[in-house]
Ligand binder design. Structure first.
Ligand code: NAG
Ligand code: NAG
Length: 398
């Protein structure tokens, strides 16, 4: 992909929002790295929902390069070994980032959908013990946030599946409540014109963060984690939908996906359905904990890409440049490429901390080649710390 000339606005990558590094680091150190996940230091260090401005940290460097302090680690009690926290970064030119308006609240594991000039941002953890139950809207032209409204009480607060047809936003299952509480099978539809919610036929079973897409008039839901939050689900269901309503009385069983588990990107492009990255395994509720306290379990992050086409058979495509998860709301289509920003990759081999992805990846659909993205997007929106939300503003290329 050619680089636009220097004077064009399109050479800029624009960071809209909040928590960016602050959130990323807090998440990295206190959320993901804590074996207990919800230590009191984690909670006290979390951005206060009532004081969202208080914890915004603006990176002086490119976000993923900011934390480069080498970690001294005793190996075998004899030798010190140094390993940069960003040891897994792939070499790439530095991208220029521009700070945009802060989001009203920080969110982890929420969801976001762009419709034209507006980005609808849903739910998410504010702290490990507090989940949001509302929608905030970002306006790209105005660089402003506004239009907050409530979600239905029964709607999940994190790990949602979500997709839009350009007016209606389909919201599928997810986790209801804070910590590592159980999932719901309930689904909802938001009419973005009227901002009214409707029910949609529940899934055959609840799921965490299933891959969700609209394809050929049907809402497809596949993978995710099962009710215990950890066990990967392979089931794939679909239902015919139109204008926010189901046209059928039950979900149809479709071909299973090759990999279950949550946090996979799911993209429909050129009439093909692609699933990208994701993971198997996730935090689980501690057995018997009355607050469903999260406890860490093994996770495997994937770089795999699979495609479903006319034959309704999964076909492997070239893998990503590194394993990448938490990317379900972090992709966009630019110039016949899928562009994916950020995510999480395999944990640090020594500290076992979660490692955030700083790269922007580009999968060229003409050549089926993955590259690091140099100038393929005009606007990047980082919205949820671990989950980057990427949007493209065609206006910027004119
Ligand atoms: C889109 O792709 C074409 C062909 O690869 C390239 O010439 C053009 O510069 C790209 N446009 C943008 C905005 O990246
Ligand atoms: C977005 O903001 C611009 C500039 O303030 C405004 O003119 C426009 O109406 C807004 N768009 C929507 C859809 O609200």
């Amino acid at each position: 992909m050619a680089r636009p000339s220097g004077k064009q606005k399109s050479t800029k990558l624009v960071v809209v929002c909040v928590v960016l590094l602050g959130f990323g680091l807090i998440g990295d150190y206190l959320w993901a790295s804590s074996p207990h996940f919800a230590s009191s230091s984690y909670i006290s260090n979390w951005v206060s929902p009532n004081n969202p401005q208080s914890n915004v940290i603006i990176p002086k460097q490119e976000p993923h390069l900011a934390d480069t302090k080498p970690l001294k680690i005793k190996v075998d009690g004899v030798h010190d070994r140094s390993l940069s926290a960003t040891f897994a970064d792939l070499p790439a030119p530095e991208l220029k980032w521009e700070k945009m308006a802060n989001a009203p609240v920080p969110r982890l594991d929420g969801a976001a959908i762009q419709i034209k000039d507006l980005l609808y941002v849903f739910a998410g953890y504010g702290t490990i013990d507090f989940v949001h139950s509302h929608v905030d809207i970002y306006n790209f032209t105005g660089n402003t946030w506004g239009g907050r409204f409530d979600m239905p009480k029964e709607m999940a607060h994190s790990h949602l599946g979500m997709v839009t047809d350009g007016r209606y936003i389909y919201v599928v299952t997810g986790q209801h409540g804070p910590q590592c509480r159980g999932p719901t099978a309930r689904n909802f539809v938001l009419d973005t014109k009227t901002r009214k919610w409707q029910d949609l036929l529940p899934l055959p079973a609840p799921r965490y963060a299933p891959a969700t897409q609209l394809w050929r008039g049907r809402l497809h839901v596949m993978g995710g984690s099962k009710e215990n939050r950890h066990t990967p689900a392979l089931e794939h269901w679909s239902i015919a939908v139109k204008d926010g309503k189901a046209l059928e009385k039950e979900w149809r069983t479709e071909i299973q996906i090759p990999r279950g588990g949550p946090h996979r990107a799911c993209v429909v492009v050129n009439d093909k359905l692609l699933i990208i990255g994701g993971q198997e395994g996730d935090f689980m509720a501690k057995p018997g904990s009355p607050i469903f306290k999260c406890s860490r379990r093994n996770e495997i992050v994937y770089d795999e890409v699979h495609m479903l086409d006319d034959e309704m058979k999964w076909k492997p495509l070239p893998p990503m440049l590194k394993p990448d998860s938490h990317i379900e709301f972090a992709w966009t289509i630019v110039n016949n490429s899928i562009v994916i920003a950020g995510g999480t990759t395999e944990k640090h081999p020594i500290t076992k901390k979660m490692v955030l992805v700083g790269e922007v990846f580009q999968f060229n659909l003409d050549t089926s080649v993955w590259n690091l993205c140099l100038s393929c997007a005009s606007k990047l929106v980082w919205n949820q710390g671990l989950v980057a939300v990427l949007v493209y503003s065609p206006r910027q290329f004119t």
